[in-house]
Write a new protein. Structure first.
Lengths: 314, 291
C-alpha cells in the first residue's frame, strides 16, 4: 500500500515538474525579450533590467525554471509590470469565484444525473429513457457558449429572472449571489450532465443483470431501495473516476462561462492577461493550472485505490 | 475515404427493424446536412446567391430573417447567411486539416505503440497520458498566445489537441487485433513486421479511425469556436462561428437572431457529426473508442 502510494506520488511529482517545465520553456517561443514585452513596449532601461533580474533571464532556461519554481513555492508569483498589481492579489479575488462555480455545477450535474441515470437504466428503452437519452445526446452537441447565450436570452433578457451584472459575493446575501451564479452554473452543469448520465445508465443496466439484484428484489425490497442501496453502489467507482477527470476538464468550460457571464474568475483572468499580452503572468497561471489539474487527477486515482483494493494489486 | 466507409456501412439491408429504419433516416438527414454545410463552405466564393460577407448594408441593419437576407443582417447590415457560410468555411478549414493530421499522426503513434508494446508503448502511453491530463482549452490558448493569432497557429494548437486522444484509441484497437489468430498465422508464415503492421493490423484499425474522425471534427470545431469566442483565434477581419456568436452576445436584446441562428447552424453541424460518428462506431462494432 505504502509502496503503491509512493510510486504514484513520485510519478505525480515528475509529471508536475515536466508540465511546468514545458510551459516555462514555451515562453521562449515568443520572439524578442519577454521583459520588453511585459511593459507593453514603453519601458526604461532600469525597469527592463529589474524585470530581467526578477526572472533571472541571464541564466539558462532550466535554471530560470528552477528559480521560478522556488519563488512560486514560497508564495512569490510575480507581478504585472504594466499595472504593478501582484499575481497573488489577482488570484485571491478570482479563485473563490471559480471554485464556487465549479462546485455548484458539479452538484447540479450529479444531482440530476444520479436519479436520472438510475431511472433510465431501470426503465431501459421506455419512452422516458428514450427522451432522456436523446436529450443527453443533443446536449453533448451544444457548445457551452451557445447554450449560455440561449439561457441568457431566455432567462436574463426576456424573463429577467437573473442578473448579469457581474459577480456578487455570498456576503451580499444568498439571493443576490445565486441570481448571478445560477445561470453560469447551469450552463457548465449542462455540459457535464450527459457525460455522467450516459455512463451511469450503461453501468446500471449492467448491474441490474447481477444475481444480488435479483436476490434483493426476491427478498421483497422495494425497487427504490434496491436501486439506491444495491445498484448505485458498484457504479460509484466509475462515477468517481469520471468525476475526477471532469472536475479537472471543467476548467475549460469555466473559462468560456466566466467570459460569457463576466464573472472575473481565474478563466477571465487568463483571458484578460492574454489580451493585455502579459506573457509572464499567463505562463505562471497556466503552469499552476496544469499542476493543480494533474494533482487532482492523481488524487482521485489514489482515492479510487483506497476504496477498491483490487486496483492496488494490478 | 470516410465517404466510402459510410456508404459501405449504410448499404441497403433487406431486414431492418423499425428502430434501425429510424436510425437510417437520422443518418441520412445528418449526412445531407453535412454535405450541404461542407459544399457551401467550399464553394462559397463561387456561389452567386451567397453575398460578400464583408459588404455593409446588404439590407437594413439588425433585421431578422427576410426573403433577401435569409438569416437576417448584423449591426452593420451585413448578410448573416453569407457570414454563417464564411464562418463555417474558416471553422471547417481549421478542423479539416487538424483532424486529418491528427488521424494520421495519432493513428500511426497508437498503432505502433499497440503493436510493438514494451518500451515503445511505455513511451507513447506516458506521453499520451500526460497530454490528456492537461486542460485542453488552456493548452490551446497558451500555444496560440505564444505563437501569435493566425490561421496556421490556431490549426497547430487544435491539431496538437487531437493527437493524444486519437493515439489512445488507435492503440487500444491495435492491441486488440495484434493478438488475433490471423496476425499470429501471418507471423508464423514468415511475414516481416512492416507487412504485419500495415497489411494485417492497420486495416482493422482504419474503421475505428474513420468513425472517430467525425467525433474529433466536432470536438475541434467546439475548441476553435471557444477560442474565437473568447477572442483568441484567427484575427478580427476573419469570420468564424465563434466570433459571430461573440459579437451577437452584446446584441441579444435587440437582435437575438445573430446569435441564435449561428448557434443553431453550429449545433446542427455538431449534432450531425456526432450522430454519424456514433452510428459508424455502432455499426462497425468498435468498442472502447469514445473520445
Amino acid at each position: 500500500m505504502l509502496r503503491f502510494f509512493g510510486t504514484r506520488l513520485a510519478q505525480l511529482a515528475l509529471v508536475v515538474l515536466a508540465v511546468t517545465l514545458l510551459f516555462y520553456w514555451m515562453l521562449n517561443l515568443l520572439p524578442g525579450n519577454p521583459c520588453v514585452a511585459a511593459f507593453g513596449g514603453a519601458a526604461t532601461e532600469e525597469q527592463i533590467a529589474e524585470c530581467e533580474r526578477d526572472r533571472n533571464l541571464d541564466d539558462p532556461v532550466i535554471v530560470q525554471w528552477a528559480k521560478w519554481g522556488g519563488d512560486v513555492l514560497t508564495g512569490d508569483f510575480g507581478k504585472s509590470y504594466l499595472t504593478g498589481r501582484s499575481f497573488g492579489e489577482a488570484l485571491n479575488t478570482a479563485l473563490p469565484r471559480t471554485l464556487l462555480l465549479l462546485a455548484y455545477s458539479q452538484v447540479l450535474a450529479l444531482g440530476a444525473a444520479i436519479p436520472l441515470g438510475l431511472w433510465t437504466g431501470y426503465k431501459q428503452n421506455s419512452v422516458g429513457d428514450k427522451i432522456a437519452s436523446g436529450g443527453a445526446f443533443a446536449l453533448l452537441s451544444v457548445p457551452v457558449f451557445v447554450l449560455g447565450l440561449v439561457l441568457i436570452l431566455v432567462f436574463a433578457v426576456r424573463l429577467d429572472w437573473f442578473d448579469l451584472s457581474g459577480y456578487q459575493p455570498i456576503s451580499e446575501g444568498l439571493g443576490a449571489h445565486f441570481r448571478v451564479m445560477f445561470l453560469p452554473s447551469i450552463t457548465l452543469a449542462a455540459g457535464l450532465l450527459p457525460i455522467y448520465l450516459r455512463l451511469l445508465r450503461t453501468d446500471v443496466i449492467g448491474t441490474l443483470q447481477e444475481d444480488f439484484v435479483g436476490t434483493a428484489r426476491a427478498k421483497g425490497l422495494p425497487v427504490r431501495h434496491v436501486l439506491i442501496r444495491h445498484v448505485l453502489r458498484p457504479s460509484s467507482f466509475t462515477l468517481l473516476t469520471i468525476f475526477g477527470i471532469q472536475a479537472a476538464q471543467a476548467v475549460n468550460g469555466a473559462i468560456v462561462v466566466e467570459f460569457l457571464f463576466d464573472l472575473d474568475g481565474v478563466g477571465s483572468l487568463l483571458v484578460s492577461w492574454v489580451a493585455a499580452r502579459e506573457f509572464l503572468l499567463v505562463q505562471t497561471l497556466v503552469a499552476l493550472i496544469a499542476a493543480v489539474f494533474v494533482t487532482v487527477t492523481t488524487m482521485v486515482d489514489l482515492l479510487y485505490s483506497v476504496l477498491d483494493p483490487r486496483i492496488r494489486r494490478k | 475515404m470516410t465517404d466510402a466507409a459510410t456508404t459501405a456501412v449504410t448499404g441497403s439491408r433487406p431486414d431492418v427493424a423499425p428502430r434501425q429504419r429510424r436510425h437510417n433516416v437520422a443518418l441520412w438527414v445528418s449526412l445531407v446536412w453535412l454535405v450541404l454545410v461542407i459544399a457551401s463552405a467550399v464553394l462559397a466564393p463561387w456561389l452567386g446567391f451567397i453575398d460578400d460577407p464583408h459588404k455593409p448594408l446588404s439590407g437594413p441593419p439588425e433585421e431578422g430573417p427576410s426573403w433577401s437576407n435569409w438569416f437576417g443582417t448584423d449591426q452593420l447590415g451585413r448578410d448573416m447567411f453569407a457570414r454563417s457560410v464564411w464562418g463555417g468555411r474558416l471553422s471547417l478549414s481549421i478542423a479539416g486539416p487538424a483532424v486529418g493530421i491528427g488521424i494520421v499522426v495519432g493513428g500511426l503513434l497508437g498503432v505502433v505503440a499497440g503493436y510493438f508494446g514494451r518500451w515503445v508503448d511505455l513511451g507513447v502511453s506516458s506521453l499520451v497520458n500526460v497530454a490528456l491530463a492537461l486542460p485542453a482549452l488552456v493548452f490551446a490558448l497558451f500555444i496560440v498566445t505564444m505563437l501569435g493569432q493566425s490561421y496556421l497557429n490556431v490549426t497547430i494548437a487544435v491539431t496538437i489537441l487531437t493527437i493524444p486522444a486519437i493515439a489512445r484509441i488507435a492503440r487500444a484497437q491495435a492491441l486488440r487485433f495484434a493478438a488475433r489468430e490471423f496476425v499470429t498465422v501471418a507471423d508464423m508464415m514468415g511475414a516481416r513486421w512492416p507487412r504485419l503492421l500495415f497489411r494485417e493490423v492497420m486495416p482493422n484499425v482504419v474503421p475505428a479511425l474513420a468513425s472517430i474522425a467525425f467525433l474529433a471534427m466536432g470536438i475541434v470545431i467546439i475548441a476553435e469556436g471557444s477560442l474565437s469566442f473568447i477572442g483568441v483565434s484567427v484575427g478580427s477581419p476573419s469570420i468564424t462561428w465563434g466570433n459571430i456568436l461573440s459579437s451577437g452576445k452584446g446584441r441579444l436584446e435587440d437582435a437575438p437572431h445573430i446569435a441564435l441562428i449561428t448557434g443553431g447552424v453550429m449545433f446542427c453541424t455538431l449534432m450531425a457529426l456526432n450522430f454519424v460518428g456514433d452510428e459508424m462506431l455502432r455499426r462497425l462494432d468498435v468498442r472502447e473508442a469514445r473520445i
